[in-house]
Every structure is written in C-alpha cells, then in structure tokens.
Ligand binder design. Structure first.
Ligand SMILES: *[C@@H]1O[C@H](CO)[C@@H](O)[C@H](O)[C@H]1NC(C)=O
Ligand SMILES: *[C@@H]1O[C@H](CO)[C@@H](O)[C@H](O)[C@H]1NC(C)=O
Ligand SMILES: *[C@@H]1O[C@H](CO)[C@@H](O)[C@H](O)[C@H]1NC(C)=O
Ligand SMILES: *[C@@H]1O[C@H](CO)[C@@H](O)[C@H](O)[C@H]1NC(C)=O
Length: 208
C-alpha cells in the first residue's frame, strides 16, 4: 500500500516537473508564474532588478538565493505593471511578450520556416531557452530560436560568442546599465572579424 502511494506520488511529481519546463502554444506565462528546467537548475519568469519596480522577463539560477540573472528578454523595454505575459504566437512561430493592453514589449525573431509546425518553448538545464517544433527532437540545428544566440551579459557553458556568418548574427555580451537597469550599457565584449577570431572589449563603441 505504501509502495503504491509512493509510486503514484512519483508519477504525479514527474508529471508536474515535466509540465513546468515547457510551454505550448495554447499556454502562457504570466507575471508570478515561471518555467523551471527539468533538473531545477534555471528558472524563467518575471523579476524586478535591484530597487527597480519595473518588470522584466528573464532567466536566473533557481538554486542561488541571491537572484543571479543570466538572460533578459525585454532589456530596454520594461513593463511597468504586473500584467506581462509571454506566449507563443502561432502565426509568426515566435515568442511575444505582451502587457494587458497587448502592447508588444519584446518578441523573438525566428528566421526559419514556421508553417505546419507545433512550436513548444523549453527551458533546458544549460540555461538555454529554446523554441522548437514539437515533432523535432532536441537537436540544436533544428531550433526555431534559442536564447543562447542572443546573450545578455552572461556567458554560460555551451554558449558561443562571435559571428554566425551564415545568418549575420553577432553574438556578444553587453553589460547592464546598472544593477537596477538591465538595458544595454556602454560595455560590450565581442569577437572581431579577422583571419583568426580575436575578442575585444568596447566602451561606447570604442575598443580599449
Ligand atoms: C493565460 O492562461 C490562463 C490559463 O490557460 C488563462 O486563464 C489566461 O486567460 C491566459 N492569460 C492571458 C493573458 O492570455
Ligand atoms: C505605464 O505606462 C503607460 C504607458 O507608457 C502609462 O500610460 C501608465 O500610466 C503607466 N502605468 C504606471 C502604473 O506607471
Ligand atoms: C492601457 O490602455 C489604457 C487605455 O487604452 C491606458 O489608459 C493605460 O495607460 C494603458 N496601460 C499601459 C500599461 O500601457
Ligand atoms: C528581426 O529580423 C528582421 C529581418 O530579418 C531584422 O530586420 C530585425 O532587426 C530583427 N529584429 C530583432 C529584434 O532581432
């Protein structure tokens, strides 16, 4: 009897945890709700940095008591109340962050073909937030979009810096303006396009 309860409890818990790391196109993440990666390493949700009252969508370490944010979606476009919600736009196959007025504060940019797909959003234990077709496996080549392509100020293991010359994407780190304001500040760390890749730090557009 006890064993049966234990097994049932395990099944219930595994259902809960598998539901909490993914978002389908019929669902949303509202302010106060979050996604947690399967191993409980990272969490995606809404937060206010420092003394700011503005709301931002971001990813932080779930197990570090001092909230350590590693990625922010709406860096320069704070939401000024708690009506923010993230959903998957099925027409565009992309992520959109809206407030109650349906004002778009941030959206992802999928460059891939998005017809006849069932997009699902998933937060991985690496800290990568990925949008993929439900029918495709977790193969990074087939992601519709991934947060690792759009670093904020933190380089996580598995993340690449530098240019993707195929898509023209320059993945670089940009410091926060201040601990209370994650909007892009003056300092960037990026790869220069030479014969060999060379990292460089820029302040206000000037290398130093
Ligand atoms: C978010 O999803 C919940 C549950 O499905 C729903 O009740 C709510 O209206 C949705 N909110 C928004 C803003 O879409
Ligand atoms: C939020 O911003 C909107 C438009 O920018 C403004 O009209 C509204 O008064 C602000 N609300 C608060 C609570 O600051
Ligand atoms: C939402 O719209 C209403 C009226 O259209 C406006 O008064 C309010 O300031 C808006 N709020 C935000 C947060 O944009
Ligand atoms: C989205 O893609 C379009 C066209 O590919 C580009 O012009 C635009 O700057 C991109 N926006 C963002 C936020 O990356």
């Amino acid at each position: 009897m006890n064993n049966l309860c234990f097994i049932l409890l395990c099944i219930c818990l595994s259902k809960i945890s598998s539901a909490a790391d993914t978002l389908t196109s019929s669902q949303n993440i509202t302010d106060g709700k979050s996604l947690v990666s399967p191993g409980g390493v990272f969490e995606l949700g809404f937060f206010s940095p420092g003394i700011s009252k503005s709301r931002y969508l971001g990813i932080w370490y779930k197990n570090i008591p001092v909230k350590t944010v590693v990625w922010v979606a709406n860096r320069g476009t704070p939401i000024n109340d708690s009506s923010g919600h993230l959903l998957i736009s099925t027409t565009a196959g992309s992520l959109v962050l809206l407030n109650k007025n349906k004002t778009v504060f941030w959206s992802s940019n999928s460059t891939k073909q998005t017809q006849n797909i069932s997009p699902v959003l998933q937060l991985l234990d690496t800290g990568n937030l990925i949008l993929r077709d439900e029918k495709e496996g977790a193969n990074s080549e087939s992601y519709l979009w991934q947060s690792f392509d759009y670093p904020s100020d933190t380089l996580l293991p598995g993340m690449k810096l530098g240019w993707d010359l195929r898509t023209g994407l320059n993945r670089r780190l940009t410091a926060w303006k201040s601990p209370d304001d994650p909007s892009p500040g003056d300092l960037t760390w990026e790869m220069l396009l030479h014969n060999y890749p060379e990292p460089a730090m820029f302040k206000g557009g000037k290398s130093f």
